[in-house]
Design a protein around this ligand. Structure first.
Ligand code: GLN
Length: 592
């Protein structure tokens, strides 16, 4: 039997074989390699940061890398998850709503990802059940092994083909031993066997405890965690030890002795000042070269590519924390208690900080506590305001007060999605005199629904009442502040996640009073970016999009760059006192 016939046979579920390993067309065995990163001991150690840093090192060498995050939950995507529990929903260009870790990969790799880079139990099970209903399993009883694991391996190989990857980086969610992710580990074990020697590297990310009462680093939890991994048939090739302080040699020796992993592959991954320092830290301990050796990839390395990539990265890393100025920006958000809910905004601000040499402090404001009487006090010593995305009415009136304050006091303003809509409502109420302007999201029968779900848009987009999701082109108005920020480009592309729009019947009234819609859908009456003219305000910009999602260390978001620059100028103008522009006031303690 030829290899092709054999592959075709084990790719089907039949009575003749216990194997079930469907292969996507175009799969090149031996060409595509895998690095599987699993967590032991505890979750939340930064598996995604580790995996993306290692992937970056490989990418710098000229290799094509493709990450995939495999989630243990049964939701089909992250769209319905509460950001309180799971952090922000990260939207990809193709509209897939994913875990915030995908943001880490996109930022570190400077690469747009797609639905192929993200899977959940919900997706895997949906595919399996669909195939079962279609009769694809040919009378077999459908089982975790081989059918569910077969589906998982298919996902990994499909990604390898689609991205023509030299190395697929697989991040398995949760920690070893979790019921939810056992089948992922089993699939990866099978994958390693099927792909053969030198094709799959397993990395265990573990944790070294240093209890205060003991006063020294202890390796026992790490050993037990790795034992757990061995119990499911996986011998790690590399062990990365997370710790607060550098892991001592003796502790690494102990781990090496208990796991058969040589010392050069048991590395310390202790806390650093910035996650952007991790790629170089991994390189310094030689992990990149170990992976090349284990996967037999030395010959694919492009040295020139690596030298250039490293120079560019050094430029960025060397500027971290080198600041000539400092600004404090208020972020009004519903989930003020959980910073992960705004991870990309924090990152976008960080990128600008490095590029502009400005220390950017974010101050979180719960707008449910803000009204016309106390807004000036609350915003006393900030130099800019961001109203980020959000859903639901809670805190919206406070947001409108903040926006009014920013507009009237020429304090830089950046509205993101909901912040764009709120800026339209504020302007309609306080400048156009439409006192009862609102969004139908908050007041179904309001007199002036300047923000609404439009029947014609439902038709146009073909989305019904659903979200408008993913990357969309935006036509920029020539000569506007925003088009200048985008280097006078005619078009740009940003990511969206919303339902409501500016009602086109109000556009003329808004424009007559000065509002400029500087970014629009190229063919439909959908307003995507707004600004106020320079004669009215130095930097008042809102966008229906989420520019924070596509800000990258070496390519920061132009809208954030303009905003932080304007905030620094605002700070200069108001230097010499903590009082803010229109009234003098004492700063008071801020809510978290
Ligand atoms: N709730 C608003 C809408 O659905 C804004 C959404 C958002 O900020 N992501 O249109």
């Amino acid at each position: 039997m030829s290899t092709q016939d054999l592959l075709a046979k084990i790719g089907q579920s039949t009575e003749e074989t216990e194997f079930y390993t469907p292969m996507p067309p175009g799969y090149r065995k031996g060409h595509h390699k895998y690095v599987v990163v699993v967590g032991t001991v505890i979750s939340g150690l930064g598996k995604g940061i580790f995996a993306s840093s290692l992937a970056k090192l490989m990418q710098d060498k000229g290799l094509r890398v493709a990450p995939i995050k495999m989630e243990g939950y049964y939701n089909v995507d992250s769209g319905t998850l509460n950001p309180y529990r799971h952090g922000e929903v990260f939207v990809l260009d193709d509209g897939m709503e994913t875990d915030m870790d995908l943001g880490t990969y996109e930022r570190l790799l400077d690469q747009d990802l797609s639905a192929a880079n993200f899977t959940t139990n919900g997706q895997i099970m949906s595919s399996v059940l669909k195939k079962e209903r279609e009769g694809s399993y040919l009378g077999r009883d459908v089982q975790a092994i081989p059918h569910v694991t077969g589906e998982i391996k298919l996902r990994l190989r499909e990604l390898a083909v689609k991205s023509n990857a030299d190395v697929v980086f697989v991040e398995v969610g949760g920690t070893v031993g979790d019921y939810e992710t056992m089948h992922y580990l089993e699939a990866c074990r099978q994958l390693a066997f099927e792909e053969g020697e030198g094709a799959v590297v397993f990395v265990a990310l573990t944790y070294i405890l240093e209890p205060n009462a003991v006063g020294e680093q202890k390796s026992k939890a790490a050993q037990l965690g790795i034992k757990r991994l061995m119990e499911v048939g996986i011998m790690p090739h590399i062990i990365a030890c997370r710790a607060t302080r550098e892991v001592r040699e003796k502790v690494r020796e102990k781990i090496s002795m208990y796991t058969n992993v040589p010392m050069r592959r048991v590395v310390s991954m202790h806390d650093l000042d910035s996650i952007y320092l991790i790629p170089d830290a991994l390189r310094d301990v030689g992990i990149d070269r170990e992976v090349l050796t284990l996967l037999d990839l030395h010959e694919r390395v492009n040295q020139r590519h690596e030298d250039q990539a490293r120079l560019r990265w050094r430029w960025f890393v060397d500027r971290i924390g080198v600041n000539k100025k400092s600004v404090t920006l208020a972020v009004t958000g519903k989930y003020v208690a959980l910073r992960d809910a705004y991870a990309s905004i924090i990152k976008a601000a960080e990128h600008c900080s490095v590029h502009l040499g400005v220390d950017v402090q974010l101050r979180w404001l719960d707008t449910t506590m803000i009204d016309a009487d106390n807004v000036a006090k609350r915003l006393a010593d900030v130099q800019g305001i961001i109203v980020p995305g959000g859903f639901g009415i809670r805190g919206t009136e406070g947001k409108i007060e903040c926006i009014r304050y920013a507009r009237e006091n020429k304090m830089p303003y950046l509205g993101l999605c909901l912040g764009f809509q709120m800026a339209v409502i504020e302007f309609a109420r306080n400048v156009c005199g439409l006192k009862e302007a609102n969004s139908t999201e908050f007041e179904t029968n309001c007199k002036h629904p300047v923000i609404d779900i439009l029947p014609e848009q439902k038709k146009i987009e073909g989305l019904g009442g659903n979200m408008r999701l993913g990357g969309k082109d935006i036509e920029l108005k020539q000569g506007s502040l925003v088009s200048k920020l985008f280097d006078n480009a005619r078009m740009t592309r940003l990511r969206f996640r919303h339902r409501y729009e500016v009602d086109p019947t109000y556009i003329k009234q808004l424009e007559d009073k000065g509002m400029i819609f500087s970014g629009k859908h190229p063919t439909q009456p959908i307003m995507q970016v707004l600004e106020l003219p320079q004669s009215m305000h130095p930097y008042f910009v809102g966008t229906q999009a989420h520019p924070e999602l596509t800000s990258r260390p070496l390519r920061p978001s132009p809208l954030f760059m303009g905003f932080v620059k304007a905030a620094a100028e605002f700070a200069n103008r108001h230097a010499g006192g903590s009082s803010s522009p229109s009234q003098s006031r004492k700063p008071e303690p801020q809510p978290v």
